[in-house]
Write a protein that binds this ligand. Structure first.
Ligand code: SAM
Length: 219
């Protein structure tokens, strides 16, 4: 399909199934005003995360890669008031914008932002586990490290979602030299071979372009 066609379909689906959401719009405005890149999940994908959390009855959610909290708001909305989302963000400036956005969205009490490199923060989360859903969306080079922690901090039945697994089609290039693509490939290979997971992945085409999402369950 032409870009015109899939952008039109994305707008159609977003308007029909996601609808107007002034709180999320404000969060993205703040993100852009703070000079942060437009790398949050698309609205249809945010709602996909929200539905996965609700379908799985998640109460404890772990997110790796907060940015300005756009996906975090979607996840926090999906869990009950006594549930919690722990979201890890390396950049303190991003975490500050996220905190404002989450509080304005009315979900601040459910969300704990841990500032630091995820590889350092994850080993400190044993006491908050097991997580029911883990969303991995940070430095793609570390996806295998994050998947290992998702399994360790999860339980049988934990849902694991890995974003950006299509990368404009480059994911299927065995000769790629892009470290983010190589990290994503290693993560997918781990999902295929590591007996702790069963997984699939879907290609996606939305306002963010041609990409994809992997969904796994911890065995
Ligand atoms: N999940 C967010 C959303 O959809 O709204 C988008 C996250 S953005 C794609 C990736 C984020 O991960 C950035 O804010 C970046 O600062 C953060 N990040 C990158 N490397 C990290 C690391 N090693 N540890 C924790 N966060 C990291």
């Amino acid at each position: 399909p032409s870009p015109d066609a899939w952008r039109r379909v994305d707008s159609y689906l977003t308007e029909l199934l996601v609808g107007a959401d002034p709180v999320l719009d404000a969060a993205v405005r703040e993100q852009h005003a703070a000079g942060m890149p437009a790398i949050e999940v698309a609205p249809v994908n945010g709602k996909f995360l929200n539905l996965l959390a609700r379908i799985s009855g998640a109460r404890r959610v772990l997110e790796i890669g907060t940015l300005a909290g756009y996906s975090t708001i979607w996840l926090a909305r999906a869990i009950p008031d006594d549930g919690h989302v722990i979201t890890i963000e390396a950049e303190p400036a991003n975490a500050r914008v996220a905190r404002t956005n989450l509080d304005r969205a009315g979900v601040g009490a459910k969300v704990d932002i841990r500032v630091g490199r995820a590889a350092d923060v994850l080993p400190t989360l044993e006491g908050d586990s097991p997580f029911d859903l883990v969303f991995i969306d940070a430095d793609k080079e570390s996806n295998t490290v994050y998947l290992d922690w998702a399994a360790r901090l999860g339980r049988a039945g934990t849902v694991v979602v890995v974003d950006n697994i299509g990368r404009g089609g480059e994911i299927a290039d065995p000769a790629t030299t892009n470290s983010q693509v190589i990290g994503t490939q290693r993560g997918l290979e781990m999902l295929a071979r590591d007996p702790r997971f069963d997984a699939t992945a879907l290609q996606t085409l939305d306002r963010k372009g041609y990409d994809g999402v992997a969904v796994a369950v911890v065995i």
